[in-house]
Design a protein around this ligand. Structure first.
Ligand SMILES: Cc1cc2nc3c(=O)[nH]c(=O)nc-3n(C[C@H](O)[C@H](O)[C@H](O)COP(=O)(O)O)c2cc1C
Length: 340
């Protein structure tokens, strides 16, 4: 299979995070069988790198309790602060080149990643990266954008078009653009990214989050970025809408915790899925389990036909016929009998 011309062994990709910030981390993801690995983002800003010094991570149960260190469970949410890789670019390009060489024979491309600060600087970094990686991912949806000014979350069509065009002109390998889910019309942002030359679009970045600690104050003592299994349908909303409206390869992210979730992304229109939080909880073994589960389900099915298959029969509200009995009736009956 391929995504925007990039040969990939399978659709379970590892997304950018601190887990892919070192050579060991990159190689562990490749060796665990990922279909592709996105390296931790860099950009030109010293302030964005300094943010990593205040990074903090809280795993949160479904009912809002912060887990003690080391006690995260598969269904937990993650509220975190983090910053960009504290690396010298030349050294980082060497690291990426080593990882690319390890992944290539296994059809596991290693993508370089830039989280947008200044577009012209992103173009310079992208040009240098393109000499060593088969594709570059440009993240313009950083959920920390409002807190950490050195990274940006673009939510307007004009800004997206301008930033993507600037980087596109400098990068001569496929350009993947990762968008925020926090915009009134994410499909319009995807269209703008495509028109400006994106070869594939990533949907969607995490959301900003805030969680009071009932012992006082706020978890992390600050705002943060939030990922959780509950984000899945919100991500799939935009993946399925973009699949319906646009002709561009889509990469899903935000909310996949299992092989079944990866398949849900594919059925909504994604050709691959970037997974991160599940690996923070379960380690690299999660990759193998997801790859095996997805392969088992897809055996004997045509991959291209499966991609977006859930969208075909999906209707606008106006096209849904009235149901024989109102669906709210049983709920009201239960409420009136127990409430009086
Ligand atoms: C701790 C952490 C650090 C991350 N750092 C980056 C980053 O540097 N660049 C980027 O594009 N995405 C980054 N992400 C976002 C992930 O790549 C991914 O899109 C997101 O976590 C949603 O997927 P998930 O639900 O599988 O976690 C980070 C996520 C986490 C949890």
């Amino acid at each position: 299979m391929d995504v925007a011309g990039l040969a990939t062994a399978n659709p379970v990709w590892v997304g950018s995070s601190e887990l892919t910030m070192t050579l060991d981390g990159l190689l562990a993801c490749i060796d665990a069988g990922a279909g592709a690995v996105v390296a931790k983002s860099v950009n030109e800003s010293a302030a964005a790198r300094r943010q990593l010094d205040i990074a903090d991570y809280a795993f949160v149960s479904w009912d809002g309790r912060v887990r003690p260190p080391g006690a995260a469970r598969p269904g937990d949410g993650l509220l975190n602060r983090s910053g960009l890789a504290q690396v010298d670019l030349d050294h980082w390009l060497g690291t990426l080149a080593t990882a690319v060489a390890r992944g290539a024979p296994r059809d596991c491309p290693v993508l370089g990643s830039i989280t947008l600060g200044d577009p012209a600087a992103a173009a310079r970094i992208g040009r240098a990266m393109a000499a060593v990686v088969p594709a570059v991912e440009l993240n313009i949806g950083a959920p920390h954008g409002r807190e950490a000014r050195a990274v940006r979350q673009l939510t307007e069509v004009d800004g997206v078009g301008e930033a993507v065009r600037t980087v596109r002109d400098a990068v001569d390998v496929p350009l993947f653009v990762k968008l925020p889910g926090q915009a009134s019309d994410v499909v319009a942002l995807a269209r703008a990214a495509r028109s400006a030359g994106a070869d594939a679009v990533g949907l969607v970045g995490r959301y900003p989050g805030f969680l009071p600690d009932l012992d006082g104050g706020a978890v992390l003592g600050s705002w943060g970025a939030w990922s959780s299994p509950g984000c899945l349908p919100m991500s799939l909303y935009w993946v399925s809408k973009a699949f319906s409206a646009l002709d561009v390869p889509l990469v899903g992210t935000n909310g996949a915790r299992s092989a079944a979730d990866v398949l849900r992304f594919l059925a909504s229109g994604a050709r691959a899925v970037e997974v991160v939080t599940a690996l923070w909880v379960g380690g690299p073994a999660v990759i193998g389990a997801m790859v095996a589960g997805v392969a088992k389900y897809l055996a004997g099915r045509d991959f291209d036909e499966f991609v977006g298959s859930a969208v075909a029969g999906t209707r606008e509200y106006a096209e849904v016929s009235p149901l024989p009995a109102p669906a709210w009736l049983p709920y009201t009956a239960r409420w009136t009998s127990s409430g009086r």
